[in-house]
Write a protein that binds this ligand. Structure first.
Ligand SMILES: Cc1cc2nc3c(=O)[nH]c(=O)nc-3n(C[C@H](O)[C@H](O)[C@H](O)COP(=O)(O)O)c2cc1C
Length: 197
């Protein structure tokens, strides 16, 4: 069984993070889920899914119920003693989907001020796979410089940009295309969208 860290930060497009988790669980992966404080609010506002809670264990319970799986473990943003905060805890890589400009900046500058930034810092220093899906519109030169800096370190910069050559029938077709491409980038097999032949 492979294991991935998935961080959902406070950018619009929370549905991409949730759908990514679903797809990873469906293909028998272990998921370590990190959710920023703002992301809890955005997840609820944009998708109606309420996974917020007062303690790490109560949120973990809600998340396992939501995804109907025990192969997912949530760690609070403030829990810098979580396993994913250490390089000795080996995973197959990390996704930040969606990635806010604040979290992008934190990762690009090695700030490691919360568990999402620390886990990404660890994945980077250990040379493991890191996929970021930065979401903002438009991007400033600061945002683009952070992305370029990380891309030069081998980080996959994969913003949630849809395509239409697969002729999506509805919004789910658009979401699945983006999530399928994120999984492609990470080398995770998937059939989430119809490929160009
Ligand atoms: C509804 C809502 C939507 C937001 N969308 C974005 C976004 O698309 N991109 C972004 O960089 N910040 C966005 N923000 C602002 C971030 O949430 C804010 O900068 C926050 O400090 C990010 O912290 P985090 O990365 O730790 O979650 C949004 C905030 C709210 C309340």
């Amino acid at each position: 069984m492979k294991s991935y860290i998935v961080a959902i930060s406070g950018a619009s497009g929370a549905i991409f993070g949730l759908r990514l988790v679903e797809a990873l669980l469906k293909t028998e992966n272990m998921v370590y889920l990190l959710v920023s404080e703002t992301a809890f609010f955005i997840i609820k506002t944009e998708t109606g899914v309420d996974i917020a809670g007062n303690t790490e264990s109560s949120v973990n319970k809600k998340i396992r119920k939501h995804f109907s799986s025990d192969h997912i473990q949530y760690f609070a943003e403030s829990n810098l003693t979580a396993p994913v905060a250490s390089g000795s805890f080996v995973t197959d890589g990390m996704f930040v989907v969606p990635c806010s400009m604040k979290t992008l900046s934190g990762i690009a500058n090695g700030y490691a001020n919360n568990l999402i930034e620390r886990a990404a810092d660890v994945v980077l220093k250990e040379g493991r796979m890191l996929v970021l899906s930065p979401r903002e519109m438009p991007f400033s030169a600061i945002h683009l410089e952070h992305m370029l800096k990380l891309a030069r370190l081998g980080v996959k910069i994969a913003p949630p940009v849809p395509a239409f050559y697969h002729k999506p029938k509805d919004i789910n077709g658009i979401i699945d295309f983006v999530v399928g491409k994120l999984l492609d980038v990470a080398g995770v097999n998937n059939n989430l969208f119809k490929r160009w032949k």
